[in-house]
Ligand binder design. Structure first.
Ligand code: AMP
Length: 306
């Protein structure tokens, strides 16, 4: 695996790969890799010939009061982990390569509607930062498959819509949400949690599991399920609920009834970490299917088998 820092360099390598008839897989990340990131890299490795992982902590998607300075960084550890799963190139540009000094960003990408609710409400401007940097990465890497985790369900929906609306030559691929053995959704921000907070943090996945069970038991009223999520998370005094929402899984609009594919999405502050989690339920005439993601052991077993 090689580490590349320059835009011109990664662009040339991707072009060369495609000229040689190789497909390109891109995994955009902010580093501090855990098994969720590695599962995306393995998915890319399984489907594509030339696998590029980008590692860039994008200041544009952090508000001034957020955790940009504290965000965990470990380039050497990340490079070793990416190499071990067979990544070809780690694109880790310095800040000035993406945002040259003296050249303020005056062109941004904004996706309407899908960004106004859920995390977009608490983090105004966040998704503009995400779509702007992802559009830049798509432009730099060129035609490819790009792998995103369903952990960030709203981000996946927004990026998918951006690629479609702008006819970008990128196939956006959603990958399973990977969980710790106790159900906590894996996240680089879990490193902010103390031991006690770490135990509290499992309330998000416990609440989602209960809500999914209610739907399996026949509950179809979205506000009843929403209230259950809200109540369950609020029983933990050390967790401060940001939102609990029940929305259409594709366009993220609020739903009244739980029918078709519906996203149950939650966010809460625990200590100094803001944590998000979700589950997707699909209600059809043949019954209820739920997607709560996979445990890290299942994710690794699936990869070993493929
Ligand atoms: P980040 O480095 O947090 O920006 O995440 C980079 C990519 O990894 C995004 O597509 C995330 O959705 C994905 N990701 C982060 N955590 C998980 C997880 N627990 N399971 C699956 N994908 C994840």
């Amino acid at each position: 695996m090689i580490v590349v820092e320059r835009v011109a360099d990664i662009r040339a390598r991707c072009e060369e790969a495609r000229r040689a008839g190789r497909s390109v897989g891109l995994v955009p990340t902010m580093g501090s890799f855990h098994a969720g990131h590695l599962s995306l890299m393995r998915a890319a490795r399984a489907a594509d010939d030339f696998v590029v992982v980008s590692l860039f902590v994008n200041p544009l998607q952090f508000a001034p009061h957020e955790d940009l300075a504290a965000y965990p960084r470990d380039l050497a550890g990340d490079a070793a982990a990416a190499e071990a799963v067979g990544v070809d190139v780690l694109f880790a540009p310095p800040l000035e390569e993406i945002y040259p000094p003296g050249k303020p960003v005056v062109t941004t990408v904004h996706v309407e509607e899908l960004t106004s609710g859920l995390c977009g409400r608490t983090r105004p401007g966040h998704f503009d930062g995400v779509t702007t940097v992802v559009a830049k990465l798509f432009s730099i890497v060129g035609p490819c498959r790009a792998y995103f985790g369903r952990k960030d369900a709203q981000q996946l929906a927004v990026v998918t819509r951006m690629a479609a609306d702008l006819d970008l030559p990128v196939e956006v691929v959603g990958c399973p949400l990977v969980r710790e053995p106790d159900g906590l959704a894996m996240s680089s921000r879990n490193s902010y949690l103390t031991t006690d907070e770490r135990a509290v943090a499992t309330v998000l996945s416990r609440a989602l599991r209960e809500a999914v069970d209610e739907v399996r038991d026949g509950e179809r009223d979205a506000s009843t399920v929403r209230n259950l999520l809200d109540r369950r998370i609020s029983t933990e005094p050390a967790a401060r609920l940001d939102y609990a929402e029940v929305v259409d899984a594709a366009d993220l609009s609020p739903v009244g009834r739980i029918e078709g594919r519906v996203l149950l999405a939650v966010a809460a502050f625990v200590g100094r970490a803001r944590l998000i989690d979700n589950a997707v339920v699909t209600v059809s005439t043949s019954g209820v299917e739920a997607d709560l993601g996979v445990l890290v052991s299942e994710s690794e077993a699936q990869c070993a088998a493929s």
